[in-house]
Design a protein. Structure first.
Lengths: 515, 313
């Protein structure tokens, strides 16, 4: 007996696999046909096989608690999230456009600040930004690129619109899990790859290496590229080790590096000091150099900023790139795209209300029970108010916080996040999900991962996709229907529009953080 | 290779070897105690002396009873050289250098570490102890097996080898130092009393050398023979000479190292030239000889640290 997919309850939700109950979207049709042929017993066996593969492949994430770090198996849901190639091509264009504008914006902020002089972005936004680094003023990194690696979070609302929820320009993580998820899927469902054209994702490490190598201050030679990690207690250590291994570069800690009198960076090897050309740093700005930033940091390397400013070493991402990774500055990205590129944004922002603007603030204060209020510079979903779910006291507390420091807050309407079928102990149920693609910028070209990392809230009704808080992930397929060997039946338009008009469950946007 | 990684691999080798040697040491002592008459109180305190941990042990326990010593050496977290602590340290080191070793290494280290963690405290008593120690020894041997059959002979592997061999040479001299103390002063070549013979045999057994000794030496167990075998034999992997030669054999694969070569050569000469026939007589200076070898090993470690582990400073 196969699982009864007609019982899958996705009415009233925007589901990524179904346009209406029992009506699969064209891109998911082949997958569903395959799944339908599978008995619950078979499905359970595949699930076990996936768990085993994850254990054997050593895919873990680290949770640091009670003074010990514990490696946990990576939570993975077997049912992939499917995106059509046509939709993805548009999304990819939108992401490239966005990151291009963001990089120009960062360069402008640390340079002439034209966008502020032209009053497109108000000056006070910058004055109060905690991620603006005065040390970077006047620096012009190679190609004018600051955020070489960007992870943007996309969410889909009930009406099907794909929004950009936030851009992570500091040290975005998760890409290794995107790669490992695909490796697990290939082990567990090898048959599907025969009948469906699923675009590969494995190119990322090579693309990342090229992006990093291009930053070398000594072009011509084979550059010495390293990945700088805070060490084994960091929750993303698995990813650091994984990427270093995939790219064949050294995984270094701060104590492995030093800056000599010639302002060049060296690493300590058994052969003596060896010059470092490019550092892919996975340590936050404030910790990379005790000489320039926090003097108490033991994670970084003294003199790194000096070496970078003098052009002796490439740093990715550039220090100070996080200035555009700010929930208030986020609201200005559409204007930036217009200002720098003269184009209309391809991917919309989630509508945002800035509390620094009096009119918008009044709207926020009058609608605290309907909105999600976010502080400008927190990540990981901290310090947030989810209006519809908050108590009266919490709302009053936020009213006070906003009035006291309006620059630090913005608000967004609650979105109805899309869902995907997910295996649970009780069968297959819809769960909310988001998507984090990764964008590599190297000046002359931009690369976007094929799909990205889909994160899923494994708890029923939950919107928290963080792996440390009960979130899981899915493999993400970008499917090329034109090359599909199976002829396709036309989509049932009626069913599709029906599901969209039924979208009732209203849930807050972005109750989640950086994984 | 990064200096930090090289140093970590070196210490990984040392801690693994230490865990294995400690397990053997406890086991052999237990067997020896069974054979000795009650009046010969060799006692369990000897083991604490061998691992050089007397002050710390005394600060933690009232007396060197069997239970206290076994607990201290097997599972006590406060003893950095206990089997549990050694495996714990080895595992923590491995986390940082996982990518340099075959993936299976990590799984096998976890197997033995979690076994010790789960069973250790219930394995102090004599009956379950033997099986526990056997399992700990097998677990570590399996890790060596994975490493020798699956790991490329790159520079990282050389640092592992250096670590395991220096640790083994160190442990062998410690065992000889403490174990032979009670047996000094017996005329070489003289027939030993049955109990003395048992003790020399236990020295060999602590290092799993009994069987190999019989094959190589082909005469009954006596003091000078045991000393010669464990210090100078070139074929037995736990003899000091063998360990030093193993370290020396790694050097061609490593960058410039005159200082290390000299340190090895000095210690090798010391071991090679020792007149072991007189060491056990009244004119002998066995404790001094062992001290000198230990100092030589210490210098070797310092030379390694200076050359490879802190370069660029």
């Amino acid at each position: 007996m196969a699982f009864d997919w007609s019982q899958y309850r996705c009415a009233g939700l925007h589901d990524e696999m179904f346009s209406a109950p029992d009506v699969p979207r064209p891109s998911a049709r082949a997958l569903l046909a395959y799944l339908r042929s599978m008995s619950p017993k078979e499905l359970a066996d595949r699930r076990l096989a996936a768990d085993l593969a994850i254990k054997v492949m050593g895919i873990t994430f680290t949770v640091y608690s009670e003074g010990k770090n514990v490696d946990r198996a990576w939570p993975f849901d077997l049912l992939p999230r499917v995106i059509s190639k046509t939709e993805w091509e548009r999304t990819e264009r939108g992401l490239k456009q966005r990151v291009n504008a963001l990089n120009q914006f960062i360069q402008d902020l640390y340079g002439d600040q034209k966008i502020i002089k032209d009053k497109v972005v108000p000056a006070e936004v910058l004055d109060d930004s905690v991620n603006f680094r005065p040390q970077c003023v006047g620096v012009k990194p190679k190609f004018g690129v600051w955020a070489h690696i960007c992870g943007s979070d996309l969410v889909r609302d009930g009406d099907g619109t794909l929004y950009v929820l936030e851009d992570n320009l500091r040290v975005p993580s998760g890409v290794s899990y995107m790669l490992e998820n695909r490796a697990v899927t290939k082990r567990v469902w090898p048959e599907i790859f025969e009948t469906t054209t699923i675009l590969p994702v494995d190119d990322y490490p090579a693309q990342l290496y090229d992006t990093l190598a291009a930053l070398s201050p000594r072009p011509g030679d084979t550059p010495n590229v390293v990945l700088l990690t805070p060490g084994i207690y960091n929750s993303a250590y698995f990813e650091h080790a994984y990427l270093a291994q995939q790219m064949g570069i050294e995984l270094v800690e701060g104590s492995d590096l030093f800056v000599d009198n010639d302002d060049c960076v060296y690493m300590r090897t058994i052969y003596g000091p060896k010059r470092v050309d490019v550092i892919y740093r996975r340590i936050d700005d404030l910790f990379i150099d005790p000489e320039a930033f926090r003097p108490d940091s033991i994670l970084g390397c003294k003199g790194l900023m000096r070496a970078w400013i003098r052009g002796k070493v490439g740093l990715a991402n550039a220090p100070g790139a996080g200035v555009a990774d700010d929930k208030v500055i986020y609201a200005f990205v559409p204007q930036m795209i217009k200002y720098y590129l003269g184009e209309d944004p391809i991917l919309p922002n989630v509508p945002s209300y800035l509390c620094m603007d009096e009119k918008q603030r009044n709207y926020v204060l009058a609608n605290l029970d309907k909105l999600v209020v976010k502080p400008a510079n927190e990540s990981g979903g901290y310090g947030m108010l989810i209006g519809p779910r908050a108590s009266n006291e919490e709302r009053e507390k936020f009213r006070e916080l906003i009035t006291k420091n309006p620059r630090n807050y913005m608000a967004q309407p609650t979105l109805s996040l899309s869902t995907g079928p997910t295996i649970t102990d009780d069968g297959i149920e819809p769960r909310h999900l988001d998507l984090r693609p990764f964008i590599l910028s190297r000046g002359e070209s931009t690369y976007v991962t094929t799909g990205g990392l889909t994160r899923v809230a494994l708890v029923k009704g939950s919107l928290v996709v963080n792996s440390s808080q009960g979130g899981g992930s899915k493999d993400t397929w970008v499917v090329d229907l034109d090359e599909d060997p199976e002829p396709l039946v036309a989509a049932t338009q009626a069913a599709k529009s029906q599901s969209q008009s039924q979208s009732q469950t209203s849930v807050p946007a972005g109750v989640k953080g950086v994984g | 290779m990064l200096s930090r990684v090289a140093e970590n691999l070196y210490w990984f080798g040392r801690y693994l070897q230490r865990a294995e040697n400690t397990a053997r040491l406890i086991n052999v002592n237990a067997n020896l105690m069974l054979d000795l008459p009650r009046r010969m109180t060799l006692g369990w305190g000897t083991l604490i002396e061998i691992v050089g941990s007397t002050p710390r042990f005394q600060s933690l326990y009232d007396q060197a009873s069997e239970e206290n010593v076994v607990r201290y050496l097997m599972t006590d977290e406060r003893n950095p050289a206990s089997i549990r602590s050694s495996l714990h340290t080895a595992r923590e080191i491995l986390r940082t250098v996982r990518d340099t070793m075959p993936r299976e290494t990590w799984e096998r280290v976890n197997d033995v570490y979690f076994y010790v963690l789960e069973r250790g405290d219930n394995s102090i008593a004599r009956a379950p102890r033997q099986a526990f120690l056997q399992q700990a020894v097998s677990g570590t041997l399996l890790i060596y097996g994975v490493l020798t059959s699956n790991m490329s002979r790159d520079v990282g592997f050389q640092f592992l080898r250096i670590g395991t061999n220096i640790e083994q040479a160190d442990m062998t001299t410690r065992i000889l130092d403490v174990r032979t103390y009670a047996l000094l002063g017996v005329q070489p070549g003289a027939d030993l009393s049955p109990f003395e013979s048992i003790q020399w045999m236990s020295v060999l057994r602590s290092l799993t050398a009994y069987q190999m000794y019989r094959r190589h030496v082909r005469m009954r167990v006596n003091g000078p023979g045991v000393l010669r075998f464990l210090l100078q034999n070139r074929e037995f992997p736990r003899s000091v000479m063998f360990c030093l030669s193993s370290v020396a054999s790694t050097l061609p694969a490593l960058p410039g190292n005159r200082k290390i070569e000299r340190a090895i050569e000095r210690t090798r000469a010391l071991v090679r030239d020792a007149n072991l026939d007189v060491q056990l007589t009244a004119d002998g200076h066995l404790p001094q000889l062992m001290d000198e070898i230990q100092i030589g090993l210490g210098e070797l470690h310092d030379a390694l640290a200076e050359t490879y582990f802190s370069s660029g400073n």
